[in-house]
Design a protein around this ligand. Structure first.
Ligand SMILES: Nc1ncnc2c1ncn2[C@@H]1O[C@H](COP(=O)(O)OP(=O)(O)OP(=O)(O)O)[C@@H](O)[C@H]1O
Ligand SMILES: [Mg+2]
Length: 307
């Protein structure tokens, strides 16, 4: 008969193998808890549409871009219906500079001349769109690139701002027809959409990608809208604000704490909130697998806006 292990008294020191075993046990328990947490979210999002705004500012490092595409394909393999709407501001600015055209912004919104619009459309619907489609396809997905003109999906008119500032050929969305996107989703494709819209007279409009994403998410009645950018979320004095009410968000815009490209993003989140999109969050697309951390954990990451 084997000797029974003597009971461990409170004062008895743990031997090195015992300590290693309990550390391993704790790690295993943490892994199981994380998996269970993730599985519950996977169940929740199954069959649901998740719209991801992929900001131009986040499309920098090749490895992070690949991990973004990998995450999107993973979401689809888990039964979700991901839709990508992309920006591409920095690439548009670079190309304009290379062509001797100057990029001008008013309150984070690009001013678009007729000349600039050609470059914008070429870069967004051509270069950036196809780059993302290729990334998705390389990761085993079936990406299809469309612009808001296809379908037509995004009907727009010339933006009339309350402050009277004219942004040229910048459009505001009149209507989104989600039927082409839905058709692609039903057939197992991942739609990748550039923020270009069309007027009923055939005029092409450049549309802020955050607004386009929010309107598309609302038209699709998406469960979740994720804005991926180059910062952790809304920052105040350099610190991440993880939750904001609509009133607080508007106050931070008034105070100028939220400025530049963050203004249309927060406004787009507010649009989501008021138009039946489950939740909307801003996350840092520069972090590897940020989408996974946001979707499948209790705490999530980034900034969420609540009513
Ligand atoms: N309070 C704030 N918190 C965080 N970022 C802010 C804030 N106010 C202004 N910003 C700016 O907003 C930027 C993000 O918006 P930006 O339009 O540059 O990126 P994007 O929307 O991801 O890209 P794109 O416009 O090409 O789609 C940040 O990099 C930051 O400079
Ligand atoms: Mg932007």
């Amino acid at each position: 008969m084997e000797n029974p292990t003597p009971p461990k008294g409170p004062m008895q020191a743990e031997t090195a193998p015992d300590a290693a075993k309990s550390a391993q046990g704790a790690a295993n328990a943490a892994k199981k808890a994380l998996l269970l947490e993730a599985l519950s979210y996977i169940g929740h999002f199954k069959g649901k549409i998740v719209v991801i705004k992929y900001g131009g500012a986040a499309q920098v490092h090749e490895a992070v871009k690949r991990s973004f595409a990998n995450d999107v394909v993973l979401l689809q393999s888990l039964g979700m219906l991901p839709v990508i709407v992309h920006g591409g501001g920095p690439e548009v600015s670079r190309t304009m500079e290379a062509m001797g055209q100057e990029a001008v912004f008013v309150d984070g919104l690009r001013v678009t001349t007729a000349e600039g619009l050609n470059v914008t459309e070429m870069v967004l619907s051509g270069l950036v769109n196809k780059d993302i489609v290729a990334l998705v396809n390389q990761q085993g997905g079936r990406g299809v690139g469309i612009s808001g003109k296809d379908g037509p999906t995004v009907l727009a008119r010339r933006l009339q701002r309350q402050d009277g500032k004219d942004l040229g050929l910048v459009g505001e969305i009149e209507q989104v027809d989600p039927s082409l996107i839905t058709l692609l989703l039903e057939r197992g494709f991942i739609p990748v959409i550039s923020p270009i819209g069309m007027g009923d007279d055939g005029t092409t409009y450049n549309i802020n990608a955050d607004s386009a994403a929010a309107r598309i998410a609302a038209a699709l009645k998406a469960e979740k809208m994720i804005f991926m950018t180059d910062v952790d979320g809304v920052l105040q004095d350099g610190t991440l604000v993880s939750a904001l009410t609509a009133a607080e968000a508007l106050h931070l815009i008034d105070q100028g704490v939220i400025s530049g490209g963050m203004v249309p993003k927060v406004e787009a989140m507010l649009h989501c909130l008021g138009h039946g999109v489950g939740t909307a969050t801003i996350i840092n697309g520069g972090e590897h697998h940020a989408i996974i951390a946001e979707l499948f954990t209790d705490t999530g990451v980034g900034t969420q806006i609540t009513p």
